[in-house]
Design a protein around this ligand. Structure first.
Ligand SMILES: Cc1ncc(COP(=O)(O)O)c(C=O)c1O
Length: 459
């Protein structure tokens, strides 16, 4: 047995001992849900932890174990679990009707709040998920430009829509740019052929792609910090360069701010002072309920105006439902510049604390991110692109996740964390301590500073 398998087995045994009720539910779940789960991205081995309830910064599982939640439903809970004011807003709305099937003032109020915060967004529409937001933004860009292709970033996750399910995790066998590959079977090959793939932080390749295919390109879709591939931060000038390159060929720039909106009062675009044509939102703007929104320049968004002959159809039974709007409004009103500044500090404390634990043990690793969002890579940093991130061996992230889980700390199995306003400095410090403990436990597994970087075969 290899040292990795040995540690894996050791951690899995501890995990299984602590989570017998989760295991029983997992076995029951497999009889009705394929794989015993209903969300690919959150699944992990030996089996996922089944949760009972959330309270502020904590989750409690069905065995009664308590965890400090450094994930917040994959970045969507900016104020932690069951925040009393948000819960009260939802309860009040439940009494008055969760969805009317007609427009309501709550939709206008949340739209006004977002338009006020994000200058590039003059008009917006609501939907029910980030996936739908990206789908509608792409459709709108196609309709507005009369073109069919989009350019997306290699390693970027922009939701489950077919056009976004291209080259998210192509591994080391990715075709040469700008070709992309379907993220698994079932994604329409016709749609894949209309998606061009480009590396993040590489304007030269983007310009080259646009020179060759520009007249068919409706939009360049980019997440201003690529969260899924490991919080890849944009080089100075890159985001403006993307917008300029798109405009030079008559295409639109779409920023996916579904995760990154939380880094600033007006999202990451506000901090960078860059204005895309369209922006997609989800997660935090729903206050913990399902949500999506897409918006941008008035002239572009007019394509969705139902009075317009030949406009784009955008429907959805629960678009702008009152429960989501009430929760979102409450959450966003509490997401003040002061709250953002506090989480920025807490995020810095976390990144520095984790990096200190790595450095103290001479473990090869780099913690990067921005504001409340961070990611640990087990390779030298900064990590600037998807292919760069492949240097971090996946088993390190997996073992760290399991090690933290057994110590009462939750983050994504790929090594991502998202802070929320319920988390304290002491909880951040406790996480750093637990991180160090797992590094000690896996002393022979985590790469050492000065060692040859892991072979790419690991991906
Ligand atoms: C950057 C980004 N875009 C889009 C999506 C899709 O959002 P949803 O899960 O609400 O469909 C996600 C979800 O994680 C995301 O991280």
């Amino acid at each position: 047995m290899s040292i990795v398998e040995d540690l894996d087995r050791q951690l899995a045994t501890t995990y299984s001992r602590r989570t017998t009720a989760s295991r029983a539910l997992y076995e029951r779940a497999q009889r009705v849900l394929p794989g015993g789960d209903t969300r690919t991205g959150t699944f992990y081995l030996p089996y996922p932890t089944f949760m009972d309830r959330g309270e502020g910064s904590e989750l409690v599982d069905v065995d009664g174990n308590r965890y400090i939640d450094f994930l917040g439903n994959f970045t969507s809970l900016i104020h932690g679990h069951a925040e009393p004011r948000i819960a009260a807003a939802i309860a009040e709305q439940a009494r008055r009707g969760t969805v009317m099937g007609y427009p309501t003032e709550a939709q206008v109020a949340l739209a006004e709040l977002l338009v006020e915060r994000v200058p590039s967004v003059e008009r917006l529409r609501f939907c029910n998920s980030g996936t739908e937001a990206v789908m509608n933004a792409i459709r709108g860009a196609r309709a507005y430009t009369g073109r069919r292709m989009i350019v997306k970033i290699e390693g970027g996750y922009n939701g489950a829509y077919d056009a976004a399910q291209v080259s998210v995790t192509p591994g080391f066998h990715a075709p040469p740019y700008p070709s992309g590959i379907a993220e698994g079977p079932g994604v329409s090959p016709g749609i894949v052929s209309e998606v061009l793939v480009t590396p993040f932080n590489d304007l030269e390749t983007l310009r080259w792609i646009l020179e060759r295919y520009g007249r068919d390109v409706a939009a360049v879709l980019v997440e201003p910090m690529v969260s899924y591939a490991g919080m890849l931060r944009a080089d100075e000038g890159y985001l403006q360069g993307v917008v300029d390159a798109a405009h030079a060929v008559g295409a639109l720039a779409i920023f996916d701010e579904i995760v990154t909106f939380r880094v600033g009062y007006g999202g990451l675009q506000g901090l960078e002072g860059v204005a895309p044509d369209l922006t997609t939102f989800a997660k935090v703007i729903g206050g913990g309920l399902p949500v999506g929104a897409f918006g941008g320049r008035e002239e572009v968004m007019a394509i969705f105006d139902p009075r317009r002959a030949g406009g784009v159809s955008h429907s959805g039974t629960f678009n702008g439902n009152n429960a989501t709007m009430a929760a979102g409004l409450e959450a966003m009103r509490m997401w003040t510049p002061m709250a953002i500044a506090r989480l920025d500090q807490l995020g810095e404390r976390l990144r520095q604390g984790l990096q200190r634990e790595l450095d103290a043990r001479e473990v090869l690793g780099h913690v990067q991110g921005m504001g409340s969002l961070s990611h640990v890579h087990y390779c030298a940093g900064p990590v600037r692109s998807y292919r760069d991130a492949l240097r971090s061996p996946r088993h390190c992230a997996r073992l760290m996740h399991l090690g933290l889980l057994t110590r009462g700390f939750l983050w994504a199995s790929r090594g991502m964390t998202a802070l929320n306003t319920a988390i304290t400095e002491a909880e951040v410090d406790a996480l750093c301590g637990a991180f160090g403990e797992v590094l000690d436990l896996g002393r022979d597994v985590f790469p050492r500073v000065g060692s040859t970087e892991p072979a790419m075969a690991d991906a």
